[in-house]
Write a protein that binds this ligand. Structure first.
Ligand SMILES: [Zn+2]
Length: 243
């Protein structure tokens, strides 16, 4: 007997689904077709990431062959080792964080309420991916997945994932877009560049695309325009905006 899924999945198209992990409401995306799956972001703990692997197998009959880590924050990075053997798309900054920045990942995760033992387990297993690249195209059956860096914003190295070939284009935005709270602006962010980067995300997906935030509910093109305007206002006033 095949066990059912252990996480709650939101179906976006026949080939695209996502889960809002209970911890931090971080999105994990899945694109699946032709027996292979691509996962977007990896969560904070090995338990979360292993549940994703199991659920992908149970729900899609696909094996995770590709992983995209959108940026180097703990809630997107720490589950990476559960996808051993998959090809990883991420920036050089993410590779460096996995190699050298365990202490700051740990501190950030615990500051946000993660279980220290679970974080330590994830860090003990974490290895920088070999042969990672920061952009490219993956074809899964008829589905074409483009991984790209649209510019500086939430960090200097955020990646987006554009999924075409289904009834609607789907764009995983990482934390360049947040719906469940204000965009997280911290010392890594480039507030001046961020609105322009969002306009490039919009150009990549188009007016009718579904945009998937790093945290929060699915949004549309008009939401991205409003967020770009909000960021431009914050940049002009240097408003105090925290994570
Ligand atoms: Zn982030």
């Amino acid at each position: 007997m095949v066990a059912g899924p252990s996480l709650e999945w939101e179906r976006i198209t026949a080939q695209v689904m996502r889960c809002r992990l209970p911890f931090c409401d971080v999105t994990v995306g899945v694109v699946h077709a032709g027996g292979e799956a691509l996962v977007v972001d990896t969560g904070t703990t090995l338990a979360e990431a292993r549940a994703v692997v199991r659920d992908v197998a149970a729900l899609t009959d696909c094996v995770v062959r590709h992983v995209v880590v959108t940026h180097n924050h703990f809630d997107h990075v720490l589950g990476h080792s559960a996808f051993g053997g998959a090809q990883t798309f991420c920036s050089a900054e993410v590779v460096a964080t996995m190699a050298d920045a365990g202490e700051s990942l740990r501190a950030d995760a615990i500051r946000h309420g993660a279980d220290p033992c679970e974080v330590d387990d994830a860090l003990a297993a974490l290895r920088p991916p070999v042969g990672a690249v920061c952009d490219g195209v993956v074809e899964l059956g008829d589905v074409v997945v483009t991984i790209a860096h649209p510019g500086r914003g939430h960090t200097a190295h955020d990646l987006i994932v554009v999924v075409e070939g289904g009834p609607r284009t789907v764009v995983f935005c990482g934390d360049l877009v947040e719906e469940s709270g204000d965009p997280c602006i911290d010392a890594q962010s480039d507030l001046d560049a961020w609105p322009g980067t969002l306009r490039r995300v919009l150009a990549a997906g188009g007016e009718s695309a579904v945009y998937v935030p790093g945290h929060g509910a699915l949004v549309d093109a008009s939401f991205l325009r409003r967020q770009a305007d909000w960021l431009a206002t914050a940049a002009s006033g240097r408003g105090q905006v925290g994570c």
